[in-house]
Write a protein of this length. Sequence first.
Length: 310
Amino acid sequence: MGKGLKIGLALGSGGARGLAHAGVLEALEEAGIRADLVAGTSMGAIVGGLYAQNQDPLHLWQRLGSYVGNEDFASYWAPFLPRDEHAARDPQQRLVDIFDFMQRKLIAVKTVTRPYMQSESKLREPLAKLFGPISFSDLQIPLATVALDLIAGESVVYTEGPLVDGIYASSAIPSVFPPLEKDGQLIVDGGGPFRVPIEACHDLGADFILAVDIPAFEETSFSTGLDMILRSNTIARRRLNKMICAQADFVIRPNVTEFHWADFGAAEACRARGYKAAMDLMPELIKLLRWRKSLPYKAKIAVGKFLHIR
């Protein structure tokens, strides 16, 4: 479908909600649309790395499902989830709630008293098991992973070297995992200012950028001042992200706002939402791709370049 166009995928961050990427890729495969290159941030970097290794979406989902379905993996993220008020009314849940409350308090204390809560190995080792000891150059299609340098406030884009290094850097959530320190840089998850890596996708050489923007979790209750500050920050980042996504040729936004970023138990639901979002927009996407490959479009671009030169 994309023959004659170099299609680039820009896969955004979003934690567990980013598992919707797998459903989008499945829908694209069914429509005969395969990307020539991919850029990803955070969970988008993980999914993008798998896609760059093997573009079979079912194989990708098997590997990704194994990664996030591990009990140790799921149990680690559980304390970050909002408290279920319905479960709290169940007497059998009270002991669980006490333990959950203590874990949340511990997370809060660690966040304000130390630079990060977990060792690097907690993220790096599962990633190494998922991807193996390969480099970017071993991938079937080009990949860029995007992170943030906290010192310079600029993006750090990985396109070469050990694959796990680039994916770890893009996925190292600030305050949760240690940043990478290199050449005076302090490198962390790029999901704040570089939520959807449009620019990195363009720099890889894409003629047509298909972005998958994972919407933020919509918090509706604010029990503390910190909750309000975080919500305000989310709104600011959403406005920035809207301007960035306007630079893509086509944007798919799965409806996953009801799922928390740490709710990996919702993996299948997020995947299904991604598939539906892509399928709903597929006629429009196919029409646009056909236009971009057409002779009238190419003539229009050529005339535009000629007039600009003159």
